[in-house]
Design a protein around this ligand. Structure first.
Ligand code: THU
Length: 137
């Protein structure tokens, strides 16, 4: 079932993603990203991308936010907002789609940027026929 959230909550989530990007550690790509996730408890968790001199260890904003939420005990994701300071919105990368799937297979996924352009979709649209927990039972 696709998640729906109210317009004010959606605005809060987007604002949180924009604020999170300010904490980005991205000296190599110079591509700051902020993410905010709305969890089953109703709480919002945020994250930014955190890069590393060993480039393969860079962590995306979405996964930073999701791992923070999981470590706080959250187990469901209702919605994800991603912000990049670009003219076009950025969609979560393949690895992040897989990680979102673990806790929010039908989550709403919103991408916003510095123009009015935006993407509003769902995780199952971004990652059809996903491999997930049910495949291991
Ligand atoms: N990045 C994210 O944080 N989220 C995305 O959805 C796409 C890419 C980060 C990873 C890396 O720090 C930088 O953006 C350039 O790829």
């Amino acid at each position: 079932m696709t998640q729906k959230i109210s317009a004010p909550l959606c605005r809060r989530l987007e604002k949180a993603a924009r604020a999170a990007a300010k904490k980005s550690y991205s000296p190599y790509s110079k591509f700051p990203v902020g993410a905010a996730i709305l969890c089953g408890s109703g709480k919002i968790y945020t994250g930014c991308n955190v890069e590393n001199a060993s480039y393969g260890l860079c962590n995306c904003a979405e996964r930073t936010a999701i791992f923070t939420a999981a470590a706080a005990g959250e187990r469901t994701i209702k919605a994800v907002a991603v912000y990049t300071p670009t003219a076009a919105p950025t969609s979560p990368c393949g690895a992040c789609r897989q990680v979102i799937n673990e806790f929010g297979p039908t989550a709403l996924v919103i991408s916003v940027c510095d123009s009015a352009a935006r993407i509003e979709t769902t995780l199952d649209q971004l990652l059809p026929h996903a491999f997930g927990p049910a495949n291991l039972t």
